[in-house]
Write a protein that binds this ligand. Structure first.
Ligand code: ADP
Ligand code: ZN
Length: 206
């Protein structure tokens, strides 16, 4: 078929909780692109220095070379113009990724993004919701609930902190199903409630 000509851009998103195989799936797709002899570049946020700076490492120890970036904008600055496939892991740590990903796809790149779809309280985790709306293809991965063996959709934080981002893997987080997930401690939820209430009061002021 000769209908499709030139470079057609494309945005794929792989999302789910921690330990669900997002990095494994991203690595698998990138390896296939390399086998197809495509020009590939992979990026990850510099904030995630858990295992290695210069590569993405899955929890099952699969690895692929990647460049650390401070922001999504930096991907645009660094990108080699001839690159055909752009892989991005831990997208939930790149709040400015939505516009950048759309721009890359518009430029004709195949963009493959992996990231957490919900945070430690089970709330949609920006920028993944917007990326899902823009994507041509979406894959949702599930982990195994460490408590009951059921399908795990949630990331349970095991340490107490009101910060949205606490970087870490096993020991700090575990995968849980809907029944076993305990979203935050009462104190954290109270804190959110107080913050919302305060914002409302401040907005209501003349
Ligand atoms: P993600 O990127 O979603 O955090 P990874 O691709 O890094 O996930 O790791 C997935 C691998 O983690 C699995 O193939 C398995 O070997 C391992 N693993 C550890 N704990 C779990 C769990 N609770 N459920 C599923 N896989 C797990
Ligand atoms: Zn469970």
């Amino acid at each position: 078929m000769n209908i499709v000509q030139g470079h057609i851009g494309w945005l794929e998103v792989i999302c789910g909780p921690m330990f669900s195989g997002k990095s494994e799936e991203l690595i698998r797709r990138i390896r296939r692109s390399l086998i197809a002899r495509k020009r590939v570049e992979v990026f990850k946020p510099a904030i995630d220095r858990r295992y290695s700076d210069g590569e993405i490492v899955s929890h099952s120890d699969l690895r692929i070379a990647s460049q650390p970036v401070e922001s999504a904008r930096e991907i645009l600055e660094r990108l080699e113009i001839r690159t055909e496939v752009v892989g991005i892991d831990e997208a939930n740590f790149l709040p400015d990724l939505t516009e950048v990903a759309a721009r890359l796809a518009d430029m004709g790149k195949q963009v493959i993004i992996a990231g957490l779809d919900t945070d430690y309280l089970g709330r949609p985790f920006d920028p993944i919701p917007a990326l899902l709306a823009l994507a041509e293809e979406i894959t949702k991965t599930l982990a195994i609930c460490v408590q009951c063996g059921g399908p795990a959709k949630f990331t349970q934080r095991l340490v107490e902190s009101a910060d949205l981002i606490v970087v870490g893997g096993g020991g700090l987080y575990e995968a849980r199903c809907r029944r076993c997930f305990e979203p935050g401690s009462p104190r954290q939820q109270e804190l959110d409630f107080v913050k919302t209430k305060l914002a409302r009061v401040q907005n209501a002021r003349p």
